[in-house]
Design a protein around this ligand. Sequence first.
Ligand SMILES: NC(=O)c1ccc[n+]([C@@H]2O[C@H](COP(=O)([O-])OP(=O)(O)OC[C@H]3O[C@@H](n4cnc5c(N)ncnc54)[C@H](O)[C@@H]3O)[C@@H](O)[C@H]2O)c1
Length: 370
Amino acid sequence: MPASKKILFLAGDGIGPEVMAQVRRVMDWLNQTGRTAFEVEDALVGGAAYDAQGTPLHDDTVALALAADAVLLGAVGGPKWDASLPFELKPERGLLRLRKDLELFANLRPAMVFDALAEASTLKTELVSGLDVMIVRELTGGVYFGQPRGISALPNGERRGVNTQVYDTHEIVRVAKVAFDLAGKRGKRLCSVEKANVMESGLLWREEVTKLGADYPEIALSHMYADNCAMQLVRQPKQFDVIVTDNLFGDILSDCAAMLTGSLGMLPSASLGAADAAGNRRAMYEPVHGSAPDIAGQDKANPLATILSFSMMLRYSFDLAEEADLVDNAVRGVLAKGLRTGDIFQPGKTLVGTTGMGDALLAEMAQLAN
Ligand SMILES: NC(=O)c1ccc[n+]([C@@H]2O[C@H](COP(=O)([O-])OP(=O)(O)OC[C@H]3O[C@@H](n4cnc5c(N)ncnc54)[C@H](O)[C@@H]3O)[C@@H](O)[C@H]2O)c1
C-alpha cells in the first residue's frame, strides 16, 4: 500500500473550481488504481473565502495548509472583489499570506513546449520544439523586500525612490540547494544567473553557489549574467536545463521563458519551502494563469496547467516520478490527438471543453497504463 498523503485543495475563484475538479478526477483515478493514497481536504481562498468567512484566507485554512503534505491552488480574484474591497481584503492577499506563512522561498516555473503546440510559440518551431527549461526563482528576499526602501523628499525639491537588493548567505544557499537537487532529477545541468560584474549581492551569490557546487560533483554548474541570460533564452533556449536566480531577475526571466511556450493555459508552477528532518518540504502548486473571469462557469477553461501543477506535486513533493510521467505523457497524448480547449485551438483541431479535456486525459492515462 502506498503511504497516505494529505493534500489541501484550495479551488479559489473564477475558473479555479472548474480546473481543480479535473485534477480531482486524475487524483481519484491514481487512488483507485492503487498507485497513490491521497486524502483530500477542501478549503476556501480568495474572493470565495471573503464571501463565506469575511477574509481572503481564514486562520483555520492556514492551519490546514501547514498540516498538509502539499497544497494545490486553483486561482483567485475577479471583478466582483477587485473594485469594492480594501487592499488587505482583496483575494490576492490570501495567496500572498499563504506563500508567506508557509515560508515558500523557491518558486519553480517550468517552460515546457509540447511538440503538438510548438507552432504556438513566437519563436521558430525548431528553436522551441521539445523545450524543457526549469527556472528556480528566489521568492522571499532581494530587492522586493530589502531595507531601506521608500520615497523621500530631498532638500532640493526633488524626490528619491529607494529599494535595496540584499541577500544573506543562508537565503542564497537554500534556494541553490533546491536548484541543485532539481537538476539532479533532470538533465544534471544548472546555470546560476546574477550580475556579479556590477552588483556585490551578485558576487556573493556566485561565490556561495560555486561553494555549494562542490557538494554536487554530478551537476555541471555554469554561471551567466542576467542580461546575457535574457538574450540566450530567446536565442537558443534549449541550451538550458535548470536556471537559478534571484527574485527580481527570476520574475523577469521566468515570464520571458514562459512565453516561449505560447500558451498561458499550459503553464504550471510550484513554490517550495524548507525541508524538515525527514526531508519533506512545505509546498504549494498552482497554475500560472489567473481566475479568467471572462470564461468562468462556461466549461471553456483549459485544465492542463493545473493538471501539470499536480504532476509537479507528484514529482517534487512525493518522488512519484512514474506517476508524474504518466500524467505528463497523457497530456502529450491528448494534444497529439488534436484535442484543444479554446485558448490553444488551431484550425483543423478538435475543440473540447474543460470536462471534455478531463475525459480525454483520463482515457489516455488508462490506455498508457495498460
Ligand atoms: N495566481 C492567481 O490566482 C492569479 C494570477 C493572475 C491573475 N489573477 C487574478 O485573476 C483575475 C483575472 O486576471 P487576468 O485576466 O489578468 O489574467 P487571467 O490569467 O485570469 O486571464 C488572462 C486571459 O487568459 C485566459 N485564460 C487564463 N487562463 C486560462 C485557462 N486555463 N484556459 C483558457 N483561457 C485562460 C483568460 O480567459 C483571459 O482571456 C484578476 O482578478 C487577477 O487579479 C490571479
